[in-house]
Design a protein around this ligand. Structure first.
Ligand code: SF4
Ligand code: MG
Length: 330
């Protein structure tokens, strides 16, 4: 499968009064055409910062991409000028955020907002833009699109607003859609509908999707692959099956134990004790050491070796490495 995105050794930090926060510390992953990759982790793990780096939306200062590259269709986005990246944003790569209201202008009709988006980037007539907007609203499941184009954001429910935001993100036919906690603000039934919508959109348009969430449950049905982030690093990545059925990193296992599962209804949910490390001064060893039920002596001293368990399954944990035992012995 064709790779459309390659993130290599990405480091992002923020200058604050308290010192430098190393929010992303050497993240690498790729994304194939038509694939959904979920990036999962607790708040502050660096998942949104990673996503925002792709769109070059890191405010600088105080933020900066300190190292690494982000290749999108062969071009390193980290090296593009602000103008070049503006031509890509919303056209080749679109982003959806948690709160649909921030993406919508309360003073403009939905129809206006949809057609403006496309007319800005494509040389088409108002009539063509309108047709396209109606098609998009149909795709995302807004009934009576022609009528509803005349309405304002406040005349729609939260779920409908998020559908409209998705339509706006798709109207220029981007190749990559980044959705950062797109269902967090919605109630559970609506969440499920929006997630199904992502599936449908992908089938119909072939768009690649990066879905950012703190909730592993959300990605169970729609992610092809899952990258689990912790303290600014991807600590495990694998197919949905590998992550859900044979998770290897104790943090991933902990996340799974804290997610309600349909097949394990009676089991008690166990939250992970403790908090992630301070990213002003990240630990030199495994960042999960203080919370890990399986921590060994070596864990707090040396960052674990990266292990490839299959073509798709990779993990950073000393449990995978025979040498850990030697470390313990010495
Ligand atoms: Fe736990 Fe050690 Fe593995 Fe880190 S490296 S997750 S502390 S066992
Ligand atoms: Mg976030």
């Amino acid at each position: 499968m064709e790779k459309i995105l390659e993130v290599n050794d990405l480091h992002v930090s923020f200058q604050t009064y308290g010192g430098e926060v190393k929010a992303v510390r050497g993240v690498s992953f790729d994304l194939h055409k038509g694939e959904t990759l979920a990036i999962v982790g607790e708040s502050g793990c660096g998942k949104s910062v990673t996503a925002n780096s792709i769109m070059k939306l890191i405010p600088s200062p105080p933020g900066k991409i300190a190292n690494g590259s982000i290749y999108f269709k062969g071009r390193d986005l980290t090296r593009l000028s602000e103008k070049a990246i503006r031509d890509i944003r919303g056209v080749d790569i679109s982003m959806i955020f948690q709160d649909p209201m921030t993406a919508l202008n309360p003073t403009l009709t939905i129809g206006n907002q949809l057609t403006e988006g496309i007319k800005q980037h494509q040389n088409i007539t108002s009539k063509e833009a309108k047709t396209k907007a109606i098609d998009m609203l149909n795709l995302v499941g807004i009934p009576n699109p022609e009528e509803r184009m005349k309405q304002y954001p406040h005349q729609f429910s939260g779920g409908m607003r998020q559908r409209i935001v998705i339509a706006m993100a798709l109207i220029c036919e981007p190749e990559l859609l980044i959705a950062d906690e797109p269902t967090t603000a919605l109630d559970v039934t609506i969440q499920a509908q929006i997630l199904q919508l992502f599936n449908k959109i992908q089938q119909e348009t072939g768009v690649s999707i990066i879905l950012i969430t703190h909730d592993l449950g959300v990605v169970a049905k729609i992610a092809d692959r899952i990258a689990v982030m912790y303290a600014g690093k991807v600590i495990e990545v694998g197919t949905r099956k590998e992550i859900f059925y044979t998770p290897q990193h104790p943090y991933t296992q902990g996340l799974l134990n804290s997610v309600p599962r349909l097949d394990k209804r009676k089991e008690k949910l166990v939250p992970i004790d403790g908090t992630p490390p301070d990213l002003f001064a990240p630990p030199q060893g495994c960042p999960f050491t203080a919370r890990c039920p399986k921590a060994m002596e070596v864990c707090g001293k040396v960052y674990p070796i990266h292990s490839e368990l299959s073509n798709t399954h990779e993990v950073d944990c000393w449990l995978q490495d025979e040498r850990a035992k030697q470390h313990i012995a010495t």
